[in-house]
Design a protein around this ligand. Structure first.
Ligand code: GTP
Length: 598
């Protein structure tokens, strides 16, 4: 295809502003898929994605569009994830295209992720076309949102396209805008050695690893032998093709084009995103400027509730890891929980997604331990230990100081809730960096410790703002603080799965809350159970669970037999999810709930 007739673009938006619906409309209007094959939200492949409405893996689709100027253009849309945990995936897909549609819900306005994503697009030198979606809604205020885009983001918005992805209004105008206002790919040279950017890869159970590439120079064809310039691996190309959105083989991909290849690559880990693909013989000598690798920042232990599930869990984790290079795992044993895995994630949402998949797709009941971040522990002898499991905390007498990761958090919130948000950030040891207004919304920027965010910050933020706040963050580095390891003892036995690093000033509060929660969550036994929080040998909080006095069924009013049976059945089912700690049985929910703070 002539370069001048190609447009490569992505869509940036805050979650739920209608990115997937717009993508579907574009595909539909250009007849890329037959009407009867049109499923809602074609680009979101996985069930969980659909359920949660979150696009996780970048996807791509080729659309052919006969424009008003009489030329048929090839439009390549790369779908990007919208959630904070996947900011890195957004940044890497952006480098493969020249422009972006900025979709803003005209009834909601600009949100934190809109900002984060549009800045990423700007960093990638994109031309940006603002699109105001959901103008069919009575609450839509396109004029106000136009102004807001100009004020808050600082880009021209008077010629923003007004659309309803739901009704189809304005979709032809979007297609024209893509062609007229977004640039064609920068010049590539067919005759130069192959240089292709590895945009993304995913595991397909039939095809093995499928790699999405953007060709910069040269031509990619079936039968060639390719070399990954970063990792050095060489592979024979089996298939070259495009997504329409179903896979379709093509003879070749040339400069400016986006498509896929398969090459008998065994695992996703062998395909480093941002790597340059060239030919094994007479290849390019210089790689494209590299991308930073995505590294896990949140860690937790995952243990099967039923120890017999361990082998199944190992298989499941291996399978998931094949398809997700940013998820790490290593075996871990815990005195209390037995065999399990210490896993690393890009963020809390990523953690939840993986945990859900293990539980649902592989049918394994899990215990999740307290999420932790990576602490830098500086020893008196000058060495540094990177600690991501409180259980591995070195002897405190040998520690010089501890540094923790900090984030820059951007929160957009309606005025009315600003006070609550500031209070929450303050409680979480935040340092205010900025506070500005855009209409009736405030934008606050905080420097926060990541370990205060990994527990339940999103949940708290949502609840104090009734869901009206939006949140985005990026890592900004490490800073020293007074951090200590707090242990929880149940019936004098330390429960290592509940130990955590906390700030010294927050330890008492956190410890007390945990003890109180556990007192509610642990069922009574035949004996008295002390529940304590301790730093080193010093107890900082304590609760006592009194002994059970009567048979629980005594609660049921006299002779209602069915009710009695129901209660007993419920207890039996509950048993499955219990773990034994010394003489005490702790239900699985206790672990998760004890870690949430109110
Ligand atoms: P993520 O995939 O989670 O990033 O969300 P998204 O930005 O792709 O949003 P999606 O397309 O899933 O749309 C979110 C919700 O808004 C869905 O319930 C859509 O049906 C609805 N929606 C999208 N476009 C419009 C529109 O133009 N008008 C109205 N009324 N609703 C819309």
């Amino acid at each position: 295809t002539d370069l001048a007739h190609i447009r490569n673009f992505s869509i940036v938006a805050h979650i739920d502003h209608g990115k997937s619906t717009l993508a579907d409309r574009l595909i539909q209007l250009t007849g890329t898929v037959a009407e009867r094959d049109m499923k809602e939200q074609l680009l979101d492949a996985m069930d969980i994605e659909r359920e949660r409405g979150i696009t996780i893996k970048a996807n791509t689709v080729r659309i052919e569009y006969p424009a008003k100027d009489g030329i048929t253009y090839v439009l390549n849309l790369i779908d990007t994830p919208g959630h904070v945990d996947f900011a890195y995936e957004v940044s890497r897909s952006m480098k493969a295209v020249e422009g972006s549609l900025l979709v803003v819900d005209a009834s909601q306005g600009v949100e934190a992720q809109t900002l984060a994503n549009v800045y990423t697009a700007m960093e990638a030198d994109h031309e940006i076309v603002p699109v105001l979606n959901k103008v069919d809604l009575p609450a839509a205020e396109p004029d106000r949102v136009r102004e807001q885009i100009e004020d808050v983001i600082g880009i021209e918005a008077h010629d923003a396209v007004e659309i309803s992805a739901k009704t189809g209004l304005g979709i032809p105008e979007v297609l024209e805008a893509i062609v007229q206002r977004l640039p064609a790919p920068t010049v590539g040279d067919r005759d130069k050695p192959l240089k292709a950017l590895l945009v993304d890869s995913k595991y397909d159970s039939y095809l093995g690893v499928v790699v999405i590439v953007r060709i910069i120079d040269g031509v990619l064809k079936k039968g060639q032998r390719i070399r990954m310039m970063g990792t050095g691996g060489t592979y024979p190309v089996d298939r070259v093709g495009i997504y329409r959105p179903a896979m379709q083989d093509v003879d070749e991909l040339g400069p400016g084009e986006i498509g896929f290849l398969t090459a008998s690559i065994k695992q996703v880990r062998d395909t480093r995103v941002g790597d340059t693909i060239t030919l094994e013989k007479n290849g390019a000598t210089e790689a494209l400027p590299g991308f930073k690798p995505s590294i896990p920042v949140v860690f937790c232990g995952l243990f099967p509730v039923d120890t017999n599930d361990f082998e199944d869990m190992r298989d499941a984790i291996e399978k998931l890891a094949l398809n997700d290079a940013s998820f790490t795992s290593e075996m871990e044993t815990s005195a209390a929980l037995g065999f399990g895995f210490r896993c690393g994630f890009l963020g809390l949402l990523h953690l939840e997604v993986i945990r859900d998949r293990l539980e649902r797709e592989y049918d394994i009941d899990l215990i999740t331990t307290a999420p932790s971040v990576i602490y830098h522990v500086y020893m008196r002898d000058g060495t540094r230990v990177d600690l991501h499991n409180p259980a591995d905390m070195p002897d405190p007498t040998h520690i010089d100081h501890i540094e923790e990761p900090r984030i820059k958090a951007t929160i957009l919130v309606p005025d009315d809730y600003l006070g609550d948000v500031l209070k929450l950030c303050q409680e979480r040891r935040g340092i205010q960096m900025d506070l500005t207004y855009a209409g009736s919304r405030a934008m606050v920027v905080y420097d926060l410790p990541l370990n205060e965010v990994v527990f339940d910050f999103y949940d708290r933020l949502k609840s104090v703002t009734k869901g009206y706040a939006s949140f985005d963050y990026q890592m900004i580095g490490y800073r020293e603080d007074h951090l200590v390891k707090m242990q929880i003892l149940v019936n004098d036995e330390p429960v290592d799965a509940l130990s955590m690093l906390v700030h010294r000033d927050r330890a008492e509060g956190r410890g007390r809350a945990m003890c109180e929660k556990l007192k509610e969550l642990i069922p009574r036994h035949m004996f008295k159970i002390p529940i304590q929080a301790a730093i080193g040998g010093r107890v900082i909080a304590r609760e006592t669970l009194s002994a059970m006095r009567k048979d629980v069924t005594a609660k049921c009013y006299g002779g209602d037999a069915s009710r009695k049976r129901k209660l007993l059945d419920k207890q039996k089912a509950g048993k499955k999810k219990m773990r034994q700690f010394g003489k005490v049985e702790i239900p699985q929910e206790a672990f998760i709930n004890a870690l949430k703070m109110d």
